[in-house]
Write a new protein. Structure first.
Length: 218
């Protein structure tokens, strides 16, 4: 395990890099490690409501760039671009996907599955009020951001720059992804995007609120 100094140095190194060095490519081993950190991220109920699409096709990048005002400098210069997709109806109680996750991936015993068949619908209806398709999708997106954060941190620990990107027109971006066959007929939506590479400009000063203004002990 790393020490606290190394950890905090990585967080101070990380910033939203707007332009990357187009001549430098992240080594495959390191980028696969970044993706593996996303795959290993925690998710509610262990249902992993995400998919990570690495977009190296320059034509698709340019199409997405046309509907993503927040990716103008990043997409043409990044070594790698990742789209973080989030599941929709797959996350509903009783779906084929949640059954597959419980039985085939999580290897839950029958009695545990039976308990979850009672608890999971109540979680949707009572606890989180996931009572609309948009509410379910937003819940999946919240979890997808955990994976995003882990990718950004992993990259920083490896000395790799990154930029999370929310600056896009979701409907238009999803239309392009649907045309490319990446949304599986509406099973997925676009949660967030991220670009990775190596900086060409000095890092700006990192400005944050003081520790005592954002931390409370109860």
């Amino acid at each position: 395990m790393i020490d606290t100094t190394t950890l905090l140095e990585a967080f101070r190194f990380r910033h939203a890099c707007k332009t990357f060095d187009p001549e430098r490519t992240i080594p495959d081993e390191q980028f696969c490690a970044i993706l593996e950190c996303a795959r290993l991220s925690p998710s509610s109920f262990g249902f992993e409501p995400w998919r990570f699409v690495v977009v190296q096709d320059r034509t698709l990048r340019e199409k997405l760039r046309a509907v993503a005002w927040g990716a103008q400098g990043q997409f043409p210069t990044a070594s790698h671009v990742v789209l973080v997709l989030a599941r929709k109806a797959d996350m509903l109680p009783g779906s084929d996907y949640t059954e597959h996750m419980m039985r085939d991936v999580l290897k839950m015993p029958d009695e545990a599955i039976a308990r979850r068949h009672v608890f999971y619908p109540k979680f949707h209806s009572d606890d989180f009020k996931l009572d609309s398709p948009r509410a379910v999708f937003d819940w999946s997106c919240h979890q997808a951001y955990i994976a995003l954060a882990n990718m950004l941190t992993a990259a920083a620990l490896l000395g790799i720059d990154s930029c999370p990107i929310e600056g896009f027109h979701r409907e238009k971006a999803e239309a392009l992804l649907d045309e490319a066959g990446l949304l599986e007929n509406g099973r997925f939506g676009l949660a967030v995007m991220a670009a990775f590479g190596y900086r060409v400009k000095p890092q700006p000063d990192k400005r944050r609120q003081p520790f005592d203004d954002v931390v409370r002990w109860a």
